[in-house]
Each structure stands twice: as C-alpha cells, then as structure tokens.
Design a protein around this ligand. Structure first.
Ligand code: PEP
Ligand code: MG
Length: 561
C-alpha cells in the first residue's frame, strides 16, 4: 500500500499503520516546538565544573520528580509509562555519562545532548523494545534541557476545541497527559504499533495511527477525518460525509460495548474469544472483559527484570494465579520465548549477528533442557487441583520432530501439548506437526515477520509486516485446513486476532479461537457475531485470492457487507 492515496471524490488520503480503531473528524494541531539542541559551548573552566554538574543533577531531579508526580496521579499504562520515563531521568549510567562529560569541561546542555546521543545509539543497536525507548530518552533530554535553559517544559498544549494531533513522534509523557475529549485522534510519522505512544493511546481509547510518512504535509487547522481502524487520514473530506462516518463508528462502538460473549458467528458457530496476558494482574484485568480464557500467556514477560531463574515453586504460584483468574476456563501457557527482542538475564544468550533467526524460544532448550523441564514441572504443579488444567505450548517450533519432543515432555506431566505456528516451515508442514500435538496456535506476528523477511519492529517495513499479505493468509489457510482435517483446534494469538475484519477472515479459513489484548476482544467478538460462517468463508476466499493487503481488506469487507 502506498503512503498516499485519494478517495473517489479526489480527497488526499494519508495511509499509515492502524493502532487504535475509531473515527473522528476535527482540525489538525501540531505540538509546540521542542527545545533547540544547543551549539557546542566553550569549555568550562575547571573551577566551574562542580557547580555545573550540580546544576545538571538538580535539573534531572526536578524533571524526574514532576514525572513521578504525574505518574502517581495517572492510572494503568499511563502511570507505568510516566514512572518508566521518570526512571530514565534518574538512570545511573546515563546521569554518570553526562556528569563525566561536564567534569571534562562540557557545559551541561551539551553534555546532556551528547550523553543522550550515545545512549540512543546503543538502544538503537540493541533493537526491539530497547530501540523504542529512544523516544522516551530524547523526551527526558528535552525536559532537562528546558529546565537548564529556563524555558517552559515541552509538551502538547490543550486545544480549546477538539483536535486531531499530528506529530513526528510523541513523547510518551506527552501522550499520557492527553485529554480524550479534546484530542480525538493521533497520527505520528514515526513510531511503531508497540511504542509507548501506541500503548497509551490504546488505554485512552484515542483513535491512533503510526508510520504516517506524509503527516508533515498537513498544516495545522486543516480539517481531517481519521480512521484508526483502517490507518487512514482523509484531508479536507466533504463535511457531511465525514460526519456520517463518525456517526457510523459511534454506532459500532455502542454495539461493541453491548457485546458480552461467548464468541460465535450470527448463525451460532462457536469461536472462542480469548485474551493474551503476561502475569496474574493482567489475567485478572482480562477476566473483567467478555473473554472466555487466555489464548496466550507470555511467561517470559513476567520475568524480564529477573537476574535469577525463578524457582519451580515461585513459577507455579504465578501460573496458578493466571489459571485461577478464569476458573474452569481455557488457559494456554506458553513456555519461555526468550531471546531476540525479549532477552532474559537468567538465560545464556550468546552474541548473535541475527538474533531473530537465532537461538530463541524452544531452541534454548537444546543447550539448557533443565530450564524447560523446570518450567513444565511448575506448570504441572499449577495444574494440580486447579478448576481446569492449563494447556501448554512451545514457541518458535520449526519441525515436526521438535513438536514431538516437546509434546512428549508435556504429556509425561499430564499436560495437553501444543505448539505455536510462527515459522513458515511449520505452516507448510502443518499436517505433520499436528500429528504430534493436541493443538496449534498461529503466532501471526512472527509468522508474518519470517514469511515476509521483514523485521516486525521496523516502522519502515510496516506494509510488509501486514498480516493481510496474501502469502501470510495462505500459510494460515494451510494450517487451518490441516487442523480441520486432523480435528484439532487451531487458534490465532498474534496481533492479527485483534483486527475485527481479519478475525472474520480467520474464522472463514477455519481458525477455532482468537486471542488478543483484552481491550480489543469485544470489538472482535461483536464483529464475528454480526456475520454468518458462510460469509466468513466467502471473505476468506476473497482475501486469500487478492493481490495485496489493500485488495484483501477491500474484498473481505465487500464479502461481509
Ligand atoms: C507471535 O509471534 O505472533 C506471538 C504471538 O508471539 P510474540 O508476539 O510474543 O512473539
Ligand atoms: Mg512470536
């Protein structure tokens, strides 16, 4: 899909990566300028350096304090993000580097800019989630610069009328303070769907698009229509048409709010709507939504900050918390998917040139089988006496032999065994893999990354890492057909399951459960409930036969109308 299109009536349409669905019509606003980076100043005399270092420490403390105050007033993801940003302002390594530069004669403003560049380079090289923290770090730098220069703290001014905020990139601390009654849409040129800005926009329910390459071409004050579900911004659309789209979207939102589950098509074909979680707290939050269980418990995310491997007892207690959040419901626990963008400190990750294709997920068990054995022991212990036994699945399986070995270990502990379909080789040999296990779950994030040879974290490659790519749909089709033939469940637990339109296509392809962020579940359930299984099958056939993602979306929409 190109980054700019036009509508039938000739209006300019900017295309980006959809993040938070919803439609709004309002004039554009741009955030105020960030402080200018200072030109290199003269070297400080020796006797002024201590005072300058002191001035810098006080500025950093003041910024951290203000961010912490805002964190304590906010809730949920916004509070967590503000606290994380405050943590960056007191990060010992970064403060130490800045102070060292000041003691070497650099004025504080130059030192903080240079230290930030150094850390930003390091984070960028690490890639993945670390690379996404570069925006947070630059925001902290700008706040400290403003403090040092005595200028107002940078941020997004509150508009007097509802507005759609366009920006190159938004600092998470800016996004966390937005009022959804006044900022009715967000579009950024940079940033990916997992950036902090995206996470907060999701929590605030503000329609949001990232990767809008042409955002800079729309001036402040221009009326635009944002469609966060489609990832489009229509510039100066006919006002009446735009208002109708907003009303339709509000009607859909009301339908979603009314939807309660359990999941099924309008003619009663069951489709379990499940949630992705990462610990007990997120499972309990998910249980408040209309979901029937957990389709993916990412256990590695519960241990990202741990230096030592948690004991079997500690792991068992954590897994049991998640199982108990859905008494009698389905809970699928994934064994550690460590490595690549999710390294764990207690797992031995050797340096690799290409970690996404390296020793990650189940491949770690080859060198360290004890780690997997202890985790399976803990899952079996969590199952003991629970209202329903959890299922267990392994990430990054590439062959039927790996699936067989994993299933043997899981079954010897009385567990129902499955594997994720994230490697195209497994989709291509789905019949052989399904012969070894009780179920499979399609991890469409990695399946798309590996099928399209495009880094899932790259905002530049977002049009390739689109699960609507016909190649990805064909791999899903192969897997679902093998599942139907074997009479075994085939779930989807990647981000694709959070897209209500794509969810209908997945159901039509033969997928039996959809697992996504709890907040996205009702929109998926309500959409599936509005169409028949036959319509889903027509939509699937049309989408798989399309030439590209845009054509697949259009064909699916037409088949479901
Ligand atoms: C996936 O790859 O789609 C998946 C669900 O796993 P993760 O996003 O944790 O890699
Ligand atoms: Mg994955």
């Amino acid at each position: 899909m190109s980054s700019q299109q036009s509508t039938a009536s000739g209006n300019r349409v900017l295309v980006g990566t959809p993040v938070v669905p919803g439609v709004a019509y309002a004039p554009v606003m741009w955030p105020g300028d960030r402080p200018e980076l200072p030109p290199a100043g003269p070297e400080l005399p020796e006797d002024a350096r201590d005072a300058e270092a002191d001035r810098f420490s006080r500025a950093a403390l003041a910024v951290a304090g203000r961010l912490r105050d805002r964190a304590s007033q906010a809730t949920g993801a916004a509070s967590e993000v503000l606290a994380t940003t405050a943590g960056l302002a007191t990060d010992k390594a970064w403060l130490g580097t800045t102070e060292k530069l000041i003691r070497g004669g650099s004025p504080a403003t130059n030192a903080v800019a240079a230290a930030t560049d150094q850390f930003a380079d390091m984070f960028t090289k690490l890639g993945g989630l670390m690379a996404e923290r570069v925006t947070d770090l630059r925001d902290v730098r700008d706040r400290i610069l403003a403090e040092l220069l005595g200028t107002p703290e940078p941020g997004v001014p509150a508009p007097s009328e509802p507005a759609i905020l366009l920006a190159d990139d938004l600092a998470p601390a800016d996004t966390a303070g937005l009022d959804p009654a006044l900022i009715v849409g967000i579009g950024t040129r940079l940033g990916g769907p997992t950036s902090h800005t995206a996470i907060i926009a999701r929590q605030l329910g503000i329609p949001c698009i990232v990767g809008l390459a042409e955002a800079g071409a729309v001036d402040a004050g221009t009326p635009v229509l944002i469609d966060g579900g489609e990832g489009t911004i229509t510039v100066e659309p006919p006002a009446a048409e735009a208002r109708t789209r907003v009303e339709e979207s509000a009607r859909r939102a009301a339908e979603i709010a009314r939807w309660r589950g359990p999941g099924h098509t309008s003619d009663g074909a069951p489709v379990a709507i499940l949630s992705n979680v990462q610990d007990g707290a997120s499972a309990r939050t998910a249980a408040e939504r209309p979901v029937e269980g957990v389709g993916l418990f990412r256990t590695e995310l519960a241990f990202l900050d741990r230096a030592e491997e948690p004991s079997v007892d500690e792991q068992a207690a954590l897994y049991r918390e998640v199982v108990d959040a859905f008494p009698g419901g389905k809970v699928v626990i994934r064994t550690l998917d460590a490595g690549s963008d999710k390294p764990l400190k207690f797992v031995d990750h050797a340096h690799e040139e290409n970690p996404a294709l390296g020793v990650r997920g189940i491949r770690i068990a080859e060198g360290d089988p004890g780690l997997l054995d202890r985790q399976l022991d803990a899952i079996a212990a969590a199952a003991d006496g629970a209202a329903a036994a959890p299922w267990v699945m392994a990430p990054m399986i590439a062959t039927a032999a790996e699936a067989r070995a994993f299933a043997a270990k899981a079954r010897s502990r009385g567990l129902v065994a499955g594997v994720m379909v994230e490697v195209p080789a497994v989709a291509l040999c789905a019949d052989a893999v399904l012969a070894e296990v009780d179920f499979v779950s399609l991890g469409t994030n990695d399946l798309t990354q590996y099928a399209m040879a495009a880094d899932r974290m790259s905002s530049e490659l977002a049009s390739l890492t689109d699960p609507w790519q016909p190649a990805v749909l064909r791999l899903i089709k192969l897997t679902a057909e093998a599942g139907t033939a074997a009479g075994k469940p085939v779930g989807v637990c990647g981000e694709a399951a959070a897209d209500p339109l794509l969810a209908c296509v997945l159901v039509g392809l033969g997928v039996t459960s959809l697992s996504c962020a709890a907040g996205a579940a009702a929109a998926v359930g309500a959409r599936v409930a509005g169409v028949t299984l036959q319509q889903c099958r027509w939509a699937a056939e049309a989408a798989v036969g399309a030439a590209d993602p845009a054509g697949a979306r259009e064909a699916a929409r037409a088949a479901l109308a």
